[in-house]
Design a protein around this ligand. Structure first.
Ligand SMILES: [Zn+2]
Length: 299
């Protein structure tokens, strides 16, 4: 069986042939086209280069809300808005099995098949980046909900009167913990002229670096954000009782500094009810491209 994984990103289109042990045998990338017809043509040539008629299945990961039953893109704001209403299955050559879902669930599918959630019936995944993505496996099923929205952990309310979120709610988790939230907090302290080694327009990585170097202001920003994340995660553990929590995404590259603080926060909040420590681990399918997870989806 020859299976391809495809990631439709805002700027890059990535495709790869993935073997049965989750290794990428060959891959191609192309700039993401600006309309549906060009996208279909580009997918056609990528699939052709990666095996053409010998390909049996194609898994597609895409941002937004995807209906996995029909592969229709229900909601997709931003540069890929032209895909709203498109049926992804119609964009690849006929005769291939096609599965599609949003990028967070695709990452979880990869972890379920080859990674940190392998053999688990209950698992939780968070991707910490510009926003916070999530995917939930409960009692052996990848949760999708009634309309495909389930798993949007970034929009869990952690402060009813908190900052306004892109989703319209106030105080969502990602208004406290996300690259955007940490960067706007850092910019605010620079703008107010606080005594800190943060300067200019600091990136999230700059703030983590300054915190590691002992900068009190940066430590305060990271500490507050991590407390919100830990509190949200504690609530999710009480609700979902998972065997493992997988924390990935660009911010998770901060490593031990983040994981240790997060574990401490979760530990004291959950010890009475859960009576055990739930492992909080990085993803095992090291695949920033999203190709492997997409292939897992169709396998
Ligand atoms: Zn929100």
């Amino acid at each position: 069986v020859s299976v391809l994984g495809i990631d439709i990103g805002g700027t890059r289109l990535k495709a790869g042939r993935v073997d049965e042990s989750g290794r990428i045998e060959a891959s191609r990338t192309a700039p993401t086209p600006g309309d549906r017809d060009s996208l279909r043509a580009t997918l056609d040539s990528l699939i052709g280069e990666l095996g053409g008629a010998s390909v049996n299945g194609v898994g597609i990961g895409c941002k937004g809300i995807i209906n996995p039953a029909t592969t229709r893109v229900e909601v997709l704001p931003g540069t890929l808005a032209y895909l709203e209403g498109a049926v992804l299955r119609d964009l690849v050559p006929a005769g291939m099995r096609v599965a599609a879902d949003n990028d967070a669930r695709v990452a979880m599918a990869g972890e379920l098949m080859w990674g940190a959630a392998k053999g688990r019936a209950n698992a939780l995944m968070l991707t910490l980046g510009t926003g916070v993505g999530g995917a939930i496996v409960a009692d052996g099923r990848l949760l999708r909900g009634a309309t495909g929205v389930a798993g949007h952990i970034g929009h869990l309310t952690v402060d009813p009167d908190g900052p306004v979120c892109i989703c319209g709610n106030h105080g969502c988790l990602e208004t406290f913990f996300s690259a955007r939230a940490i960067e706007s907090e850092a910019f605010a302290v620079v703008h107010r002229g606080c005594a800190s080694r943060l300067a200019g327009n600091p990136t999230c990585a700059d703030v983590f670096r300054a915190a590691a170097e002992g900068d009190a202001i940066a430590r305060g920003i990271i500490g507050r954000a991590t407390r919100a994340l830990g509190a949200a995660l504690a609530g999710l553990l009480h609700i979902l009782d998972p065997e493992v929590v997988i924390v990935g995404g660009q911010i998770s590259e901060a490593g031990e500094a983040l994981f240790e603080a997060l574990k401490q926060e979760v530990r004291w909040r959950t010890r009475r009810l859960l009576r055990r420590e739930v492992p909080i681990v990085p993803p095992r399918v090291a695949d920033p491209s999203g190709i492997i997870g997409a292939a897992a989806l169709v396998r």
